[in-house]
Write a protein that binds this ligand. Structure first.
Ligand SMILES: *Cc1c(COP(=O)(O)O)cnc(C)c1O
Length: 215
């Protein structure tokens, strides 16, 4: 099933589930969906975290990791929610201007990572410019970031990249404990009203987000 068919079947299931269960709080651990996503991405369930949209996961990353005196490095202009992380936590945002081609200036971003840095965010493809950085470039970038600095790769537009290599960051997130890759059902699946996003990554990442996440 693809496109509209998938959407229609999905929505029927949502409505059916709703008739049975909207009068109850949901499973706080989202076990069924996490297990399905774990299978899809060849990881264990404890490497998957669900959010009320991936926006929630991005905000939770700020809540879990940032304090006054720390920094978060991201691109500018990029997704509008990233500046909220510093604003909400008192951390310093280091907003690195995009390269002339509208993509992330990864070398400059890496150069800004120092002992104060707790979080680095890369939006790929970038919102609002749509520019995609290759898996090779991102892999080199991730190699440059120390293991104790968390890296979040926001892949909200992953499904619009028609390249076999575009899944490689997700594969890397199975092995590199400081990496979290976030995706969403809001864009390619056309379901923003359902508020379902997820992240796949190191267990430390998943535990940290689980601690600050609302039940
Ligand atoms: C839309 C979007 C998201 C998240 O949307 P949710 O509806 O919260 O899942 C995250 N990152 C980028 C770059 C987006 O454009």
């Amino acid at each position: 099933l693809v496109g509209e068919d998938l959407r229609a079947v999905g929505l029927q299931q949502v409505v059916r589930a709703g008739v049975e269960s909207f009068n109850r709080y949901p499973d706080a651990y989202g076990r069924v969906l996490r297990a399905a996503l774990a299978e899809r991405h060849h990881v264990e369930s404890d490497q998957v975290v669900l959010g009320n949209g991936s926006c929630e996961l991005i905000l939770l990353a700020g809540e879990a990791l940032l304090d006054p005196g720390t920094t978060v490095v991201h691109a500018e202009p990029s997704f509008a929610i990233y500046p909220h992380l510093a604003a909400a936590s008192g951390a310093e945002a280091i907003a690195v201007p995009l390269d002339d081609d509208g993509g992330h200036d990864l070398m400059t971003m890496a150069a800004y990572v120092d002992e104060r840095t707790r979080l680095v965010i890369v939006c790929n493809p970038n919102n609002p410019t749509g520019v995609y950085r290759s898996a090779d470039e991102l892999e080199r970038f991730v190699e440059m970031i120390p293991d104790d600095v968390a890296v979040l790769i926001d892949e909200a537009y992953h499904d619009f990249v028609d390249l076999a290599e575009s899944g490689r960051m997700m594969s890397l997130a199975r092995r590199r404990s400081n990496l979290l890759v976030t995706r969403t059902f809001s864009k390619a699946f056309g379901l923003p009203g359902l508020r379902v996003g997820y992240g796949v990554g190191g267990r430390g990442w998943i535990e940290a987000l689980g601690k600050v996440r609302q039940p």
